[in-house]
Ligand binder design. Structure first.
Ligand code: GLC
Length: 747
């Protein structure tokens, strides 16, 4: 430690600039490496979880021996400080520890689940949420988060869609980078910065049948044009680390996949960050049947260059033997250790290994709550608003019924992957409505159902009585948080339990119904669409969810959320996503045959021979990018200013946004393109830009999109990134089904 510390202090004293500091680091790393024993090197490659808040005697010994590079899932500051002290002051070389934890969408102040944050379509809000998360996590000693999760998720049966930014790689790339920036700031040495970890590399969201950990088969062209894109973006954005996926990818598990981890990540991309295994994922290589045993798994992980092993100990148990048998080289181990040491130097841990508690604000402070509320409010998506039942006007009401098992559950509204969130800080819908309505408007609350899953309808009568006494019924239904997240996949995406029956029982009263849905995924709402007047999709909105929802349904703000994922009409449509391919037999309303319209004994070829299901319309229930607001917006006068562009040029396209309502509106305008003819089939639409526009009541606003021609490139059959000349269409609108169209050529 003394050697490393003196060297860093010296270089700081000499005022060596940042880049030279990196070079300086490499010199220091080499010096340190030369001093390290094999055991100490293996220690850096190992991440261990210990009993929370404890330092078992044998683990203290491991720390003193330098056998630990990182600790997982400790969040007690005193314990972390003591562990760090032992590592830094009592081990031979004093190499500081990384303390990792899943701070996925907040630490103590909980933000909407990432899928909900994606619905804000706001890099600014996502970065702010990550910044608050980092400040609160770092104040507790955590200096590494296993976030952002940037797996492309096209299958809502998969529970982990909740953690993702949805189905589109362009939106995921932008928001993933915003989250990394929020965690890491512009300098990892900042006292409140934490290292990010882009995960899960790669393809995890394409698990067959939406079943977690299941096999993934994606051709290289689709990998490069879709699934790898957000990770390349994270690499270029200097994400400090990445995490290997559990799944096998085209027959080779990611945690042992040399093509992926060496050829693509290291050689092609030049990524020098740390690659962390997922929990036990290296040892699981033998369970996949990819290796014979733990020793072979360690060999596979090392050859792939998985730098640090999370929890399992195949490296600790077998590296020495693998070296002595000549199956691996010391240089391979040194390369892995260097990447870990480089991260620790970049984070300034050799100089400042401890958390400077005095520099941190209190947890869940008013500013953090305000940001959480703003993110939650902007994450809610208005899916339906018949007869403009929303916004409710407090002055026009004498009573409101609030119904549902999620209307007053501060725990469930936090969502999945909440290790440190605390329901005591939550503001529920009931609490928010009580405070807002006060004594002016009667609030009649009944859960109706004990949980979102129960089929026990004994609470219906109380709910119906409450509704009959009220001018309007606000139902807060959906999924409990445990029904989404890791390993929580579903084959039926309807509202669980007896919620449909509850809706129908309340509909029978004739009272207008506002349905608020809390869920970790798109649910199939088709069965209840006609039974409710308005639908506000709140995902799992986090600590301030109740306040945010109240502000929207009573019109203090207009909804701004836009869907980051398509909503299927039923599970049979899955996977359904907007940027699908055209196929050679595309379906249109002119050639689609609905099952009920097909005559008995019809000739085999009498129906439309096209790519569709005969028992379900071929469009989603709600498309990617969709979201209503309290106003009438339209897009007019699209003008392509550059009908021909060179590969060095840019597309410039103008449009007018028109707001015919009496309300100031925030709209996310979206630009989509289609490459009509290319050397590989291209999607029917591709999101290429989006803009958050504030437009005053009764006004028109010009919007201009400028898109560099290079953004139109794609990987061809030979996996070369190319931009081919030809005709393109473009659309600008409020969702992926925008009809206002233009065209241009790349020449
Ligand atoms: C899990 C997850 C991963 C998480 C890790 C540590 O199994 O796959 O996303 O970061 O373990 O909790």
């Amino acid at each position: 430690m003394q050697t490393a510390k003196m060297a860093v202090s010296l270089s700081l004293l000499l005022g060596i600039n940042h880049d030279m500091m990196n070079t300086q680091y490499l010199d220091q790393i080499s010096d340190l490496l030369d001093q390290m024993t094999l055991s100490e090197k293996i220690g850096q490659l190992s991440q261990f979880q210990t009993p929370y808040g404890q330092i078992p005697e044998n683990f203290k010994q491991q720390l003193q021996n330098g056998d630990v590079g990182s600790v997982l899932n400790e969040a007690d500051l005193d314990t972390i400080t003591e562990m760090q002290r032992i590592a830094v002051e009592e081990s031979r070389l004093g190499i500081p520890l990384l303390f990792g934890r899943d701070v996925i969408h907040g630490f103590k102040t909980v933000f909407p689940i990432p899928l909900g944050q994606a619905a804000t379509w706001s890099e600014t809000l996502v970065e702010q949420a990550a910044r608050v998360s980092a400040i609160e996590a770092r104040s507790s000693g955590i200096n590494w988060t296993f976030s952002p999760m940037i797996d492309i998720s096209r299958d809502p049966r998969w529970g982990r869609i909740a953690e993702s930014f949805g189905e589109d790689h362009w939106l995921t790339s932008k928001l993933g980078n915003a989250m990394v920036d929020g965690y890491q700031t512009d300098n990892l040495k900042n006292h409140d910065a934490i290292a990010a970890c882009a995960k899960h590399f790669v393809g995890y969201g394409a698990a067959e049948s939406g079943r977690d950990y299941n096999s993934v088969n994606i051709c290289e062209n689709e990998l490069r044009n879709v699934y790898l894109t957000p990770f390349k973006s994270a690499c270029d954005n200097k994400a400090a680390s990445m995490m290997a996926a559990f799944n096998d990818l085209n027959g080779v598990p990611a945690s042992g996949n040399e093509w992926l981890m060496q050829d693509v990540l290291r050689t092609e991309w030049g990524y020098d960050g740390v690659m962390l295994s997922d929990w036990d994922s290296i040892r699981q290589l033998s369970i996949h049947g990819f290796t014979e045993n733990d020793k072979a798994s360690a060999l596979a992980g090392i050859n792939a260059g998985i730098d640090m092993e999370m929890v399992s100990t195949t490296y600790a148990d077998h590296i020495e033997q693998l070296l002595s048998e000549g199956k691996i080289k010391t240089s391979q181990i040194d390369t892995m250790v260097k990447r870990i040491l480089l991260l620790k130097f970049k984070m300034g841990l050799f100089d400042a290994p401890y958390t400077a508690s005095e520099k941190f604000p209190e947890l869940v402070n008013d500013q953090h709550r305000q940001i959480a509320k703003e993110v939650a409010r902007n994450s809610c998506v208005l899916l339906q608003n018949k007869h403009n039942v929303l916004p409710l006007a407090k002055d026009d009401l004498s009573s409101v019924a609030l119904i549902g098992p999620l209307a007053d559950d501060g725990y469930e509204q936090l969502g999945t992957w909440i290790f440190d969130g605390d329901e005591q800080h939550s503001v529920t819908c009931l609490q928010a409505l009580k405070a807002y309505l006060g004594n002016d408007v009667a609030l009649n609350f009944a859960k109706g159902l004990a949980t979102s899953r129960t089929t026990d309808d004994s609470g219906f009568n109380e709910a119906i009585t409450a509704v009959k006494q009220s001018d309007v019924a606000v139902l807060v239904l959906g999924e409990e948080s445990i029904l989404s997240g890791e390993a929580h996949c579903r084959t039926n995406l309807d509202l669980p339990g007896a919620q449909h029956a509850l809706i129908r029982a309340i509909k029978a009263t004739g009272t207008p119904i506002v349905l608020v849905v809390m869920a970790g995924r798109p649910l199939t709402l088709t069965p209840i669409m006609d039974d409710v007047d308005a639908i506000l999709y709140a995902w799992h909105p986090g600590t301030m969810g109740g306040e945010a929802i109240k502000e929207l349904i009573f019109g203090e703000y207009s909804p701004t959320g836009k869907l980051p994922v398509s909503f299927p009409r039923n599970v049979g449509q899955i996977p359904i996503y907007y940027n699908q391919k055209h196929t050679g037999k595309p379906v249109t309303d002119d050639n689609w045959a609905f099952i009920d319209d097909i005559p008995v004994r019809a000739e085999q070829t009498s129906m439309g021979m096209n790519s569709a299901h005969i028992d379900c319309h071929f469009t989603p229930l709600f498309p990617f990018g969709f979201g209503l607001t309290y106003g009438e917006l339209s897009y007019q006068n699209l003008q392509v200013k550059t009908p021909s562009i060179t590969p060095e040029g840019a597309l410039i396209v103008d449009v007018e946004l028109v707001n015919d309502s009496q309300r100031d509106i925030i709209e996310t305008a979206q630009l989509y393109i289609r490459d009509l003819h290319a050397s590989v089939t291209r999607p029917v639409r591709e999101l290429k830009a989006f803009k958050r526009v504030e437009i005053k009541a009764n006004s028109r606003q010009p919007i201009t999109f400028i898109l560099q021609a290079s953004e139109l490139s794609f990987y061809n059959q030979r996996m070369q990134k190319v931009l081919e000349p030809g005709l393109f269409h473009c659309w600008i609108g409020g969702d992926s089904q925008a009809s206002l169209q233009g065209e241009f050529r790349v020449i």
